[in-house]
Ligand binder design. Structure first.
Ligand code: MLT
Length: 325
């Protein structure tokens, strides 16, 4: 509402509202950040922590809206179509890059539909299973999955999700397709894993560290070059016998394309402030992740990352032959 009054007042004064003036005053109303997955999952967790801190430095409320489904593409499509005024943003992850190849028909072009604001985090991925799943280590998991491939179920957050990518790489590596159970996010997938309704999944430490530490799930390995500081007993998947499987899930903050540069820059500064906030740093550390350094929380760094990751994953996805409409 405040925004509407400001616009009308501005028009009355100068006859026409100039974009730079609107950008200068920004923000005058609450901002919405779309999370393209369910509440309670890893993207949601990261977003809420960052949003709380950004809201303080911007002096406006930030509302987090979960628009889950289709591996993050429904929420991304909603954000792509939003007014480019800085009041609707999107916090998405590596799926922004992989969906460019995974989807034959995407209602937006990930390369051009957004104005990147900045990178947020990089998060390791961990293979976890329900507590009473028979395999006790990665080698046993591989053998068990091969021998029981029609019975074993793998949870993910839909085609384009990080959990989908990780599962795809795992199944490719062990040359065994398994039955996947898609959710709108790995928050609800974790609930079902804890309840024993699905067997295993691969998900970010931001959604698995607490459950691993509490002994509520079995953990088989981390997809990283080195063991994690907060889970030192967990081997890397390389130690468990899976070579060449190291990658991290990166998150980025976006505005719709056409958002004034001054607004994008203001948001990027607020993002940097949030990522330097000790509360955010501490909570991220507990969850096994770290904020990116300030020089990567920028539009240029996110744009570079997005384009290089689209190129990196295209041949991998094409080799796997996994597509969605
Ligand atoms: C994923 O698998 O892409 C994420 O974990 C989704 C989510 O944040 O729920």
């Amino acid at each position: 509402m405040k925004r509407v009054f400001a616009l009308l007042a501005g028009c009355a004064l100068v006859g026409v509202l100039s974009a730079p003036a609107a950008a200068q005053d920004y923000p005058t109303d609450p901002i919405t950040i779309i999370v393209p997955f369910s509440a309670g999952g890893p993207t949601d967790t990261v977003t809420r922590l960052v949003a709380e801190s950004m809201s303080k430095s911007l002096g406006e409320q930030i509302v987090v809206e979960n628009v889950g489904g289709a591996g993050g593409t429904l929420g991304a499509a909603r954000a792509a179509k939003a007014e480019p005024d800085g009041y609707t943003l999107l916090l998405h992850h590596i799926g922004m890059a992989t969906s460019a190849t995974l989807y034959r028909k995407l209602p937006y072009d990930p390369k051009t539909a957004f104005a990147p604001v900045g990178l947020v985090t990089e998060v390791p991925m961990v293979l976890v299973a329900r507590k009473d799943f028979p395999p006790n280590n990665l080698q046993e998991l591989i053998t068990y999955a091969k021998e029981n491939k029609d019975a074993v179920t793998y949870a993910n957050a839909g085609v384009g999700a990080a959990s989908h990518l990780c599962g795809m790489l795992f199944m490719q590596a062990i040359e065994t397709p398994l039955t996947t159970v898609p959710y709108k996010g790995t928050g609800p997938a974790m609930t079902d894993l804890l309840g024993g309704q699905v067997d295993f999944m691969c998900d970010q430490t931001t959604n698995t560290t607490g459950q691993i530490k509490a002994g509520e799930v079995k953990a088989y390995g981390v997809f990283a070059d080195q063991r994690l500081g907060n889970l030192p007993d967990l081997p890397t998947v390389k130690e468990g016998g899976l070579e060449g499987q190291s990658f991290a899930i990166w998150h980025g903050l976006y505005a719709p394309a056409g958002t004034p540069e001054a607004i994008v820059n203001k948001l990027s500064e607020a993002l940097k402030t949030a990522l330097a906030d000790q509360r955010v740093i501490d909570r991220f550390a507990e969850l096994g992740t770290t904020p990116v350094p300030a020089d990567r929380a920028t539009p240029a760094a996110l744009q570079d990352k997005l384009l290089s990751e689209i190129d990196r994953w295209k041949p991998v996805i094409e080799a796997a032959g996994e597509y969605a409409d």
